[in-house]
Write a protein that binds this ligand. Structure first.
Ligand code: SAH
Length: 357
């Protein structure tokens, strides 16, 4: 059964070719895209505008893989976190964030993450594996189906578990599938890819036809400080990263978002704010401040609201567009950097408590 190819991770052109080589007209690919991606139907028998022969031929050639919902938790603010189980039993999390002002799906690109940023819980898991394009697309399909949103508009942020530019090909393929006009038709303008800046792949991204909005997890204003907080900086430094951002093709009226996690007494001084302004000089930038979401095992503290506001004010006074990210879903551990599905969460309540303390 596992050698049947996952139809839900094929681009339209691949599906057209496959149909042709099976002796069926190419146009059925569009119908299939509608059934699977737009209507969320994953059983060939239910695809009633396809002939019986074709349906049974499809069922022998293909399968349609959909992550299973293990758990669904809704926060006081309406944020809903989904724990999803993949075919091999691995667990990932995807989050629905309502009205920010758009409805947003925050999806994962890897099981775990290799980047080991010092303040991020997902980083503590290490990297377990890459997600396939089908698993990336599948998260969107599952959330849209579960929330009754297959027909509605939503934004997608690649800000869940994993580093999207560390799983480049699968992520880009998933975005092409999600963007296809015969499927969900999610325009690249409604997609934001967040990255620590895996430079060779950031350069590749700059040449993609399907170009999402870009968010850079900056978090520091000196090489030394960033080496500590975002270890990949030792390989691709701050200066090179910002140079790549300067060259990045930003559409008219758009900006690169720079995410800056605020850590008490580490990177939240007035001097850091002023250095940040200087660093971003000449880049069409906006800054998104992320006051740390604290968690057990994370050796940093969240600054006071007054400190965050003062920092934001310094940026704004010097002409930067700045916003402070409201933590959504903190009560269900769905906020930035709180996604973690280590097996500890499957353990007994006592063991779980030990992990949390
Ligand atoms: N790996 C990508 C995608 C994850 S996006 C990236 O790093 O950009 C998640 C965002 O939340 C990143 O900016 C990340 O640095 C930030 N983050 C991680 N841990 C956090 C925490 N504890 N509190 C607030 N933000 C955090």
């Amino acid at each position: 059964m596992f050698n049947r190819h996952d139809l839900a991770e094929m681009e339209l052109s691949e599906l057209e070719q496959a149909l042709e080589s099976m002796g069926h007209p190419r146009f059925h690919a569009r119908q299939l895209y509608q059934w699977v991606h737009k209507r969320g139907v994953t059983d060939f028998a239910g695809m009633t505008d396809l002939g019986r022969d074709l349906r049974s031929a499809l069922a022998t050639e293909f399968r349609i893989v959909t992550p299973g919902v293990v758990q669904r938790e809704t926060s006081r603010d309406g944020t809903t976190k989904f724990l999803l189980r993949l075919e091999d039993g691995q667990l990932i999390e995807s989050v629905f964030i309502p009205d920010t002002p758009a409805n947003t799906f925050c999806i994962s690109s890897q099981v775990g993450c290799a980047m080991k940023c010092g303040f991020c819980l997902t980083g503590k898991m290490g990297i377990i594996r890459n997600l396939t394009p089908g698993e990336i697309v599948g998260q969107v399909r599952v959330l849209a189906r579960e929330l009754g949103m297959l027909q509605s508009r939503f934004n997608i942020v690649l800000m869940g578990m994993g580093e999207p530019l560390h799983n480049y090909d699968a992520v880009m393929k998933a975005l092409r599938i999600l963007g296809d006009e015969h499927g969900l038709a999610v325009s690249p303008r409604r997609v934001t890819l967040s990255t620590v800046g895996v430079l060779p792949n950031l350069e590749r991204l700059a040449t993609e036809p399907f170009m999402p909005n870009l968010a850079i997890s900056l978090h520091a204003t000196t090489e030394d400080q960033r080496d500590l907080l975002v270890p990949i900086n030792r390989k691709y430094g701050l200066k090179e990263l910002l140079d790549a951002c300067r060259r990045f093709p930003v559409k008219r009226r758009e900006r690169i978002t720079f995410e800056y996690v605020m850590l008490k007494d580490v990177n939240d001084a007035d001097e850091d704010a002023r250095r940040l302004v200087r660093l971003l000089n000449g880049i069409k930038a906006k800054v998104n401040l992320l006051p740390l979401n604290e968690a057990a095992g994370i050796p940093y503290e969240r600054p006071s609201d007054a400190r965050v506001n003062r920092f934001a004010q310094i940026l704004a006074e010097r002409g930067l567009v700045v916003s402070v990210r409201k933590s959504r879903g903190r009560d269900i551990r769905a906020a930035c950097g709180q996604l973690i599905t280590e097996s500890a969460r499957e353990k007994s309540p006592a063991q779980r408590l030990a992990v949390l303390l």
